[in-house]
Design a protein around this ligand. Structure first.
Ligand code: C2O
Ligand code: CU
Length: 455
C-alpha cells in the first residue's frame, strides 16, 4: 500500500504569496484523491486548493498580512497556532472575532515575534474544518537562518479517515463515539499530502526536519533515533542543545511540533516510522547521495527569548478534567445552566473542566499582565489529552505518574495521560482573551474548552 512517492518533501507551493510578506488564503472546496489512483475523489475543504495549505514562511520580527477569503458555505476563521500574537488576530471564532461569513474576507495582520515551526488552521468547528483539510504550515525563520531552504524540510503529518471507497469518510465526522473516546482517529497517514514521500539528501550535510502533527486527535509515536536524528526544538521553540531521546516512543500529540536535526550518512536510506500500530508505518523516507562525511556539528538556531516564569510569586489555578467514556460526566454546567448527566449528553457535551462543559461567559481565571501563572491540570478521565494554551508558551514544571521526561522545555501543547497531574507555568504577558483547550478537536468540541483573561 506504500506508494513509490516522488522525491518531494515540501508542501506544494501555491499562490499564497502576493507580495513582501503578504499572502492570500482562500478557503474553498476541492476534490483531491487521498488514496491515490484508484480512489474516489474526496470532497475536501482546503486553503488555496491544497491540503496541507500553502507554506507561509516569514522572518522573525516581521509583519505578516494574510488576506483571508471565504468561499465555503460554513463560516470560519484562521488561527495562527501559538504565534504570540495580538489577541484580535488570534482567529478564535466566538472569542476573539466573529467567524468570517461565506464570500467575506478578513485581513490578518500581525508580527511574528519568535522564530520556529508553527501552523495555521481553521478555528470554527475545528473538529469538522480541520478534519476536512483546513490547515497548513507557518514557518518563522531567523533573520539569517542557520539551515537554508534546501536543508530545512517541513513534514505536515495527518491521519485522514478514509471510507471503503478511498475517499474521506465524511459521514463519521461528528460521531459521538469519537467525541467521548479518543477523538477522530484516521486510517491513512499522509505527509505533505503524499503517501510515504521520499527525498534525496546530501550525505554529510545537516538537515532540519520540522514535524507538525495536523491530525484531529491522533497521537503519533515516533523514534528519532531510527534515523540518528536529535531533537532541537519543541512546539516552535529551539532548545539550547540537541537532545537525544533516551526513551521510545516519543509522542507527537495533535498540534505538537518537533524539530529534528538529521545528518544522513553516505550510502544509506532512512525511513521515519509511526510506531503505534502493530506494524510500523513509514511516513517519510530519505536517501543519501554523495560520499561526504560531516566535518562539523550542526549549528543551531538561537532560542527565542520568552519571559521566564517567576515561580515564587506565581498564582496557581487548578483545572480538573473529567468525563468521557469509562468515567461519564455527571451534572455539569453548560451555557450557564446546571444540567444533569442526561441533559448534558443530549447537548453533545461529554467532558468538563472544573465541572463546566465548554466555553463559559466567565473565564477560568483572570490575571494581571506580567503575573506568573501556574496551572495544575488534573486528569481524572480515562484518556490521554493534548492541552493547548493560546497566546503564550509555558514550561512544564512538574509531572506526576508520567514517564515522559524531556526536561522543562517551552511548549504550547502538553500531553497528559489518565490519572496524571501536570503543572505548567508561564508569564501572562499578552493581554486579551485566550483559549485553553484540548487539541483533540472532538474533545474540545465536547466540553474540553475554557478561556482565561489577561488584563
Ligand atoms: Cu491549534 Cu485553539 O488551537
Ligand atoms: Cu482531550
Amino acid at each position: 500500500m506504500i506508494g513509490i512517492g516522488a522525491f518531494a518533501l515540501t508542501p506544494k507551493m501555491s499562490i499564497a504569496k502576493t507580495g513582501d510578506n503578504s499572502f492570500e488564503l482562500v478557503a474553498g472546496l476541492s476534490d483531491l484523491k487521498l488514496y491515490k489512483e484508484d480512489a474516489a475523489p474526496s470532497s475536501l475543504w482546503t486553503y488555496n486548493g491544497i491540503a496541507p495549505g500553502p507554506e507561509i514562511r516569514v522572518k522573525k520580527g516581521e509583519r505578516i498580512q494574510v488576506k483571508f477569503t471565504k468561499r465555503l458555505e460554513e463560516p470560519t476563521s484562521v488561527h495562527w497556532h501559538r504565534i504570540r500574537i495580538d489577541n484580535k488576530m488570534d482567529g478564535v471564532s466566538g472569542l476573539t472575532q466573529e467567524p468570517v461569513q461565506p464570500g467575506e474576507s478578513f485581513l490578518y495582520d500581525f508580527i511574528a515575534p519568535d522564530a520556529g515551526t508553527y501552523w495555521y488552521h481553521a478555528h470554527n468547528k475545528s473538529w469538522n474544518e480541520v478534519a476536512r483539510g483546513l490547515y497548513g504550515p507557518l514557518i518563522v525563520t531567523d533573520p539569517e537562518p542557520v539551515f537554508d531552504k534546501d536543508h530545512d524540510l517541513i513534514l505536515v503529518i495527518d491521519d485522514w479517515r478514509l471510507g471503503p471507497d478511498g475517499a474521506l469518510d465524511i459521514a463519521s465526522i461528528g460521531s459521538m463515539m469519537d467525541w467521548s473516546h479518543g477523538g477522530r482517529l484516521g486510517n491513512w497517514l499522509m505527509t505533505n499530502g503524499e503517501i510515504f514521500p521520499k527525498r534525496r539528501l546530501n550525505a554529510g550535510e545537516h538537515y532540519r526536519l520540522r514535524l507538525i502533527n495536523a491530525s484531529n486527535a491522533r497521537v503519533l509515536e515516533i523514534n528519532p533515533n531510527q534515523i540518528g536524528a536529535k531533537v532541537i526544538g519543541y512546539d516552535g521553540q529551539t532548545l539550547e542543545q540537541p537532545f537525544e531521546v533516551p526513551y521510545t516512543p516519543m509522542l507527537l500529540g495533535p498540534a505538537q511540533r518537533i524539530d529534528l536535526v538529521f545528518t544522513p550518512k553516505s550510502g544509506e536510506s532512512y525511513a521515519l516510522q509511526e510506531i503505534s500500530g502493530t506494524k510500523p508505518y513509514p511516513f517519510a523516507g530519505f536517501e543519501s547521495v554523495g560520499e561526504k562525511t560531516a566535518s562539523n556539528n550542526p549549528l543551531l538556531p538561537a532560542p527565542n527569548s520568552i519571559p521566564e516564569p517567576d515561580l515564587i510569586n506565581a498564582k496557581t489555578f487548578k483545572l480538573e478534567m473529567t468525563g468521557g467514556a469509562m468515567a461519564p460526566l455527571g451534572d455539569a454546567v453548560y451555557k450557564g445552566q446546571k444540567l444533569d448527566g442526561n441533559l448534558i449528553r443530549q447537548s453533545q457535551q461529554v467532558w468538563a473542566f472544573n465541572g463546566i462543559a465548554n466555553l463559559a461567559d466567565d473565564p477560568f481565571f483572570s490575571i494581571e499582565k506580567n503575573q506568573t501563572v501556574i496551572v495544575e491540570v488534573i486528569n481524572k478521565t480515562a484518556f490521554l489529552h493534548a492541552m493547548h494554551v493560546h497566546g503564550h508558551h509555558f514550561r512544564v514544571i512538574e509531572r506526576s505518574e508520567s514517564e515522559i521526561d524531556e526536561g522543562k522545555p517551552w511548549r504550547d501543547t502538553f500531553m497528559i495521560g489518565p490519572v496524571q497531574t501536570t503543572k505548567i507555568a508561564f508569564v501572562a504577558d499578552n493581554p486579551g482573551k485566550w483559549l485553553f483547550h484540548c487539541h483533540m478537536l472532538e474533545h474540545a468540541a465536547a466540553g474540553m474548552t475554557t478561556w482565561f483573561m489577561v488584563s
